[in-house]
Design a protein around this ligand. Structure first.
Ligand code: SF4
Ligand code: SF4
Length: 82
């Protein structure tokens, strides 16, 4: 999963582009729900939130590093895809 740092300026550009609805406004900055973030695996070649963020404040979450296989499994669980 990816993580939004406190450099976030709350611009709200990333939230609508997330295919997994993993992003929401938090108490201070926007936040990613790790259980819903597949790093866009299954949907896109690159993380869409990273593509659109104007301040480049989204990185791999060190507490939620996952293999591509694990991300693919999460994608299938979230979407019901076989
Ligand atoms: Fe959503 Fe993809 Fe960003 Fe994860 S990497 S929060 S799935 S847009
Ligand atoms: Fe924050 Fe970047 Fe998302 Fe804007 S696009 S809300 S700056 S994480």
């Amino acid at each position: 999963a990816l993580l939004i740092t406190d450099q976030c300026v709350n611009c709200d550009v990333c939230e609508p582009v997330c295919p997994n609805k993993a992003i929401a406004q938090g108490e201070v900055v926007y936040e990613i729900e790790p259980s819903r973030c597949t790093e866009c695996v299954g949907h896109f070649d690159t993380p869409q939130c990273v593509e659109v963020c104007p301040v480049e404040c989204i990185f791999i979450d060190p507490e939620h590093t996952e293999s591509r296989d694990a991300l693919q499994t999460k994608y299938r669980a979230l979407t019901g895809a076989i």
